[in-house]
Write a protein that binds this ligand. Sequence first.
Ligand SMILES: NC(=O)c1ccc[n+]([C@@H]2O[C@H](COP(=O)([O-])OP(=O)(O)OC[C@H]3O[C@@H](n4cnc5c(N)ncnc54)[C@H](O)[C@@H]3O)[C@@H](O)[C@H]2O)c1
Ligand SMILES: O=C(O)C[C@H](O)C(=O)O
Ligand SMILES: [Mg+2]
Length: 622
Amino acid sequence: MQRLGSLKTALPSLKLQPSFRNPRFLRFMASIAAETMSSATRPTQPSRQLSTTSGDFSSSNSPNVRKYLGTYGLTPPAVESYEVQSQRCLRLLAMKTAPIEKFQYLVHLKATNVHLFYRLLGENIQDLTPLIYTPTVGEACVRWHEIWTQPEGMYLSWSDRGNLRQILDNWPHDVDITVLTDGSRILGLGDLGVNGMGIPVGKLSLYTACAGIRPDATLPLCLDLGTSNKALREDPLYMGSRTPKVSAEEEKEFLDELMAALTDKWPSIVIQFEDFKNPFPAIERYQNKYTMFNDDVQGTGAVIVGGFINAIKASGVPAKDHKAVFLGAGSAGVGVAKQIVEYFIKEGVPEEEARRKFWFVDTKGLVTQDRGDKLAEHKVYFARDDNNGRQYQSLSRLIDYVQPTILMGLSTIGGAFNQDILKKMAKLNDRPIIFPLSNPSSKSECTFEEAVLHTEGRCLFASGSPFPVAEWDGKLLTPGQGNNMYVFPGIGLGAIISKAVSVTQDMIYASAESLSTSLNKQEVADGWLYPDIRRIREVSVVVTRGVIRAAQKNGVDRATELRDLTDAQLDSYIKERMYNPYNERDNIGNIGEEVNQLLAQATGLSGQTDGAKGITNGVAHL
Ligand SMILES: NC(=O)c1ccc[n+]([C@@H]2O[C@H](COP(=O)([O-])OP(=O)(O)OC[C@H]3O[C@@H](n4cnc5c(N)ncnc54)[C@H](O)[C@@H]3O)[C@@H](O)[C@H]2O)c1
Ligand SMILES: O=C(O)C[C@H](O)C(=O)O
Ligand SMILES: [Mg+2]
């Protein structure tokens, strides 16, 4: 094994860039971070009113503090309130026309002023989420090698095996949660190699925005195990290894080492698998040994069950009478169906009967036991044996044969639910359940507008990517967004707070049930399947509580002292632990101490306090 010293010089350093070692630059950055902190002094949510306070001695970015820092004169004279800074950001965003430009601006904002970024995101979650996450993150990943400006996470290559534990020491913060991808199935866009880093970065921003996990306690992690994407391998700007993807067996070896290394370095770490092209059954291999879950399989299953419970109620058809056709039999499709089976069982339907409510279609047509190919292991459970030797290649003919109440799309085939298919579903059902779940928007099996039009406004709809409201018969209809962002933040936070040794299936199922109960009266009255995304922090508290209770029931919680709390007490406990960019200042103490900490931290001259962490995060992520 290579010694750490030589390894560090051999690897691209994840530590501060050279400019960070320049004391003047550091002071300058410290002043920007202080600017962030100064706008974090309000204990309550900011008013919308603009104010332009200047010379405020109590502000940590006041002229006096600037003098103290030696940065007086290096920033424009005004001491700006958060509202003014926020107005500028929103204007800058509005000036940019293409979503990818807006994405780039937000990346820059997060890197230079992290607390401002999270306030802006929190206050504009509905508008900004599609820019930092699905669907824009899809385009960002496709073009990652062209638009990349600064490191935002950690990369581990196949050639690093044997040394993974030491490399983790290069990460400058303590980590509560990591999102890990090998880039091999980025949304429905295929293998994008290390360009896939956009996904862990985006998901972890949502962990912070939706569930209040501190930004500096998150680790975006991208595995560089080669890529099957030849065009990327040959692109001069590609930043990963230019080798074909390693085999499934090799990837397993690599992940075995990585899982052990991550958990050795940060014993309570929660590890979320994301956008893997299902190389091997990782959940079965790791779920009892580490605190891990696969968001695409388990998170998606949970979020769909959450909305599905409400769709079933609204459909007027009893659970036992539903039949589902799934286009796409990959990890997400099968993950969703397995959790719906669990729901049916809880509703009193025997497992065998529940299993037989599903008809899966993949590239070869209906998944049957006798179609003559060797089925991938995960498809076997749902393979039909009652097709009397008939193989269905066309979705349309399968719908005629099955007469389903539910149509789900996890196929990555944009537009697959065409007019013919949607009209058939409308003819068969009063309230057809139509869930086109593939991402990003270009891969969605249909749009909301199409679903509304061809079902005459009767569909119960949820998509993976966001769609605008649509009008039918003079009424504005709102689409549900069945995206796992409703559950993974709460699953992660629940596992962190309960210090769970593993993420059990009951914890995942609890996230679905909690989500389904989190709609308020108005949302229920309006027939929504999911709560308003603007309430996501409240919803995440409910989901987190459900996940913690399930961890306690399963006895996998290490924070056993939480067992005695009432639900109300547990909610308060959760909320108190959520990162809140408005309260950052509260952690800091007096300004002189804050500045000392900041400079000490930025120059690496002393240890850090919790308060300083918030500031250094603003600095170190530049
Ligand atoms: N809504 C959400 O929150 C959410 C969550 C997870 C995944 N997804 C989306 O689901 C999609 C699939 O993800 P996955 O992990 O299952 O991928 P996957 O690659 O494992 O599975 C894709 C499946 O689609 C099938 N397929 C491909 N072309 C087809 C065709 N022409 N006809 C029929 N079937 C076809 C494949 O055979 C495979 O079974 C992706 O677009 C992903 O973005 C959405
Ligand atoms: O990333 C998303 O938006 C959802 C899901 O994890 C996916 O892979 O599509
Ligand atoms: Mg995913």
